[in-house]
Design a protein around this ligand. Sequence first.
Ligand code: AMP
Length: 420
Amino acid sequence: MNILVLNCGSSSVKFQLISTDVEEIKNDADRKLARGVCERIGGEALITFEVKDGKTSRTTAPLRNTQAAVEMIIRWICSADSGIEAIKSISDIHAVGHRVVHGGERFTHSVLINDEVLGEIEDCIDLAPLHNPANIKGITAAREIFGVGLPQVAVFDTAFHQTLEPHAYLYALPYQLYRRHRIRRYGFHGTSHRYVAYRYRQIKNIPRDAVNVITLHLGNGCSACAIKAGNSIDTSMGFTPLEGLVMGTRAGDVDAAIIDFLAAKEGMSISEIESLLNKQSGLLGISGLTNDMRELLAEAEETKDRRAALAIELFCYRARKYIGSYLAAMCDTEGTTADAIIFTGGIGENSHAVRTRIANGLKCFGLELDEARNQNISTRKEGDIATDDSALRAFVIPTDEELLIARDTVRVVRGVEQRY
Ligand code: AMP
């Protein structure tokens, strides 16, 4: 099946076209046919298309909304310009898989989208007011273009974390607030944590219930996940993606009393403070320079910028603290805990310096990085970067959320059991 994977944001649409089916999934024989992104939708949009051999074309065009962007993507996929031999017309696209950020407590797996499901995704808008409306626009645009007959599947960022138990997902707030408003930890990046846990299982050739790992998705957004017997038992993002690790522009954990204090001292409104915590904090806020880890590492190295170095230190220290707390959270009565830490995301996959800084503080838990392995692992490659003697292992596994979305789409459409 040719699956169009759509990730629709408030002003962007990312896509991939992936050819896969039940047999291909079994044999890891999925084929990526194309990918691209339309940015700055609503005005003169920036459009980037990349075909399989890595060739990229960049153009601009006025795109007034998500539907116009999806139409443009499909036109390009079907055109001779794309060079995709498998696609001659729109009927060669067999299903659409959508990344949907929030599935609330309702969705524990990926689902075929019908009117009822669409209504339930709408019901989650309160919980993700920035993300779910954009995802819904993508779904309705695809319905308009392909008609209701084409299967569309929703794959939720929150679904993987629905295995958290109440002691892990509840905040210690008055319980009726959970009852009334469903205020709880939902967790995000679920498709990424799930994907790398699944790859780990394949690399180690072990069954799902033998997967005991801590996954670190370190990108512009960052989250950690404790995975025990294959299930997410805790994760650092919470009611929203603001909580937890230090991120590019998000603060991660802060004392909630700071909000009131800031309002009083700086005369800021709640929404200004929310914006400060989400958009002006994290690596950017500490360094005063950038949210980009690569640039910070260069600044710290080349100009010895002290705040760049401090931002990196805060970032790595917070990650280390989470790993320590998850090793405790995962420890059972026999005294066993996680077998490995897995690094993924733009920073986790690409920065040996950040991995070293995080791992060096974990020697007391038996983790010894092999520096040669750590530094030599090449881009988009996976592998074990700990020494042979290290009791706790460390892996780099590039994430591939789109592949998992395509595979879930096939499984839902074919009625095959989903592997969570
Ligand atoms: P993502 O959101 O997963 O695309 O990750 C984006 C982050 O990864 C940015 O902070 C980038 O600076 C960072 N990144 C990408 N490549 C590298 C690299 N080679 N070294 C350090 N950070 C990197």
